[in-house]
Design a protein around this ligand. Structure first.
Ligand code: HEC
Ligand code: HEC
Length: 457
């Protein structure tokens, strides 16, 4: 399988931002201020710890090993049992807060309102983007990604060098990693701050969040975990909330169980149907879908399971979603990594139009696809991949007989568009997939849903 170009040889990402963030909770155990140098110092070691963990066939057992290794350098006098107890307390608290609408400005919106556990932590509804704010009337601008398998996302790097790459770290895989569609934060705790404070999401403030925690049924448990005085300090309380949410998001049995039919198939415990196998073939075939060049489908060299993303930031030229409120302004463009939500790379033209490749694990449970939520079925997404270049008029507006291709990316940034297969065709060529082949690829994607039981088809 060939890796995507403008990246070199790529495989499983080697460093794990979400897992690395686990180390920071140890400071909470120690009562240190979050964000101290202590956290950063342990990031490197936690990366290799979690890689070793991922290689472990048993994710739960692996998580234990992972925690131990992270804990060791930072635990400062705490016993392993104490560290585990603290992780358990924070996980329980994080879960309660994840479902708690009282943290929001409206009192009506929890993390789970947009990240429903029954839909791999994506919305239960099929709106393009969700609606929030203090009055619950403010539309967002991006579709909601899954929260599963984020433990595998490496920290954002402009030039990613994968240490797993057969010893060749000179290969520049291009911009990679980070959380959200544009990779603008690395840690779950920094990420959680975004929806809590966003005026079109939970529209809260550190003060409001602290007030909610003081009044919550889990206030006592919160004091037990973070100290008797924590609730008298709004900022300390807010930080502890962020850490707890992050810790909850790292529960392996909930967020990265690896229980799909495809995982069973890789382990030799399930057989794929003829349609699923044909779909897998088309997905991997470099001259057909070439999907696996970005959505990795094979185990890494170290045996860790595929994440169905290399987490590269890529421009695929998704059509403008004219239904979005932000897009009523004809001059507005969501350019992903170069802004406007992300601000550190603005004026860097080479980052415009780039969005992080999402995992395809559990993608069949999603109801809105691509960063702007423009499509609502896998058929539509697959048709886009199959015919974007052979029949662009089917996806982009036609004005006076001319197709306005890539209508959501100003022309000066078109050089950033990926041109590997399946994006290498032109009008007159055969589409990448026939309709029957699209069905097969979808049959394969259906095998990536967690919770498969032997005996099910
Ligand atoms: C109003 C809907 C909404 C709510 C409520 C919400 N989120 Fe999200 N979440 C989103 C959207 C949209 C994105 C993508 C944001 C972007 O790319 O800018 C996202 C992204 C994320 C990501 C990064 C996913 C990735 O692929 O990198 C995490 C983690 C996350 N949310 C956790 C949370 C937590 C924790 C809460 C509660 C504190 C929460 N979210 C509340 C809509 C929501
Ligand atoms: C060059 C890298 C690349 C290749 C090749 C590629 N994808 Fe993607 N894929 C992406 C990126 C990047 C996105 C997000 C794009 C956006 O929203 O702007 C994406 C999004 C998706 C989504 C939507 C997921 C979601 O949660 O919204 C699906 C489904 C998908 N790809 C399937 C495929 C299939 C099937 C193939 C092969 C036909 C394929 N991809 C080939 C990079 C790639």
């Amino acid at each position: 399988m060939r890796a995507r170009s403008h990246g070199g040889v790529r495989r499983q990402a080697g460093r794990f931002a979400m897992a690395a963030a686990l180390s920071t909770l140890l400071m909470a155990c120690d009562g240190n201020a979050p964000g101290s140098a202590n956290a950063d110092a342990t990031t490197g070691s936690s990366g290799s710890a979690s890689r070793a963990q991922d290689a472990n066939a048993n994710a739960r057992a692996g998580q234990g090993a992972n925690l131990m290794k992270i804990a060791a350098p930072a635990q400062g006098g705490q016993t392993r049992a104490e560290v585990y107890a603290q992780v358990r307390r924070m996980t329980v608290l994080g879960k309660q807060m994840f479902f708690d609408p009282s943290l929001s400005g409206s009192g009506k919106m929890a993390c789970a309102s947009c990240h429903s556990p029954d839909h791999a932590f994506t919305p239960a509804n099929s709106l393009d983007v969700q609606i929030g704010g203090t009055d619950m009337r403010r539309p967002g601008m991006r579709a909601v990604p899954t929260l599963k398998y984020l433990q595998a996302v490496p920290a954002f790097a402009e030039h990613y060098h994968d240490s797993d790459d057969e010893g060749d770290e000179s290969v520049d895989a291009g911009p990679t990693g980070g959380l959200t569609w544009d990779g603008r934060v690395d840690r779950g705790s920094d990420q959680a701050r975004i929806p809590l404070l966003s005026t079109f999401e939970m529209a809260s403030s550190p003060k409001k969040v602290a007030e909610a925690v003081r009044a919550a049924p889990y206030a006592d448990a919160f004091r037990e975990a973070f100290g008797a005085r924590v609730l008298s300090d709004d900022d300390a309380t807010f930080k502890a909330v962020l850490k707890s949410l992050e810790t909850f998001e790292q529960s392996p049995e909930v967020f990265y169980p690896y229980t799909s039919k495809y995982d069973a198939y890789l382990a030799g415990n399930a057989t794929l149907t003829a349609a699923e196998l044909r779909g897998l073939q088309l997905f991997n075939d470099e001259k057909k879908g070439n999907c696996a060049s970005c959505h990795i489908s094979q185990r890494a060299k170290d045996g860790s399971p595929p994440q169905f993303s290399d987490f590269g930031l890529i421009a695929v030229g998704v059509p403008r979603n004219r239904a979005l409120a932000v897009n009523h302004d004809r001059k507005f463009f969501d350019l992903g990594a170069c802004g406007p939500e992300r601000t550190d790379l603005d004026h860097r033209a080479e980052f415009c139009g780039l969005f992080r490749t999402p995992t395809l694990r559990n993608v069949a449970l999603k109801k809105s696809f691509f960063h702007n939520g423009i499509y609502h079925s896998l058929e539509d997404v697959l048709r886009f991949y199959a015919r974007r270049d052979t029949n662009p008029e089917a996806f982009y507006p036609v004005v006076k007989g001319r197709v306005q291709k890539f209508d959501d990316l100003p022309r000066r940034y078109w050089v950033n568009l990926n041109t590997d297969p399946p994006f290498d065709r032109k009008p007159g060529d055969a589409p990448v997939f026939s309709n029957a082949e699209i069905k097969d690829v979808i049959a394969f994607l259906d095998t990536l849903t967690d919770g498969w039981q032997p005996g099910a088809h």
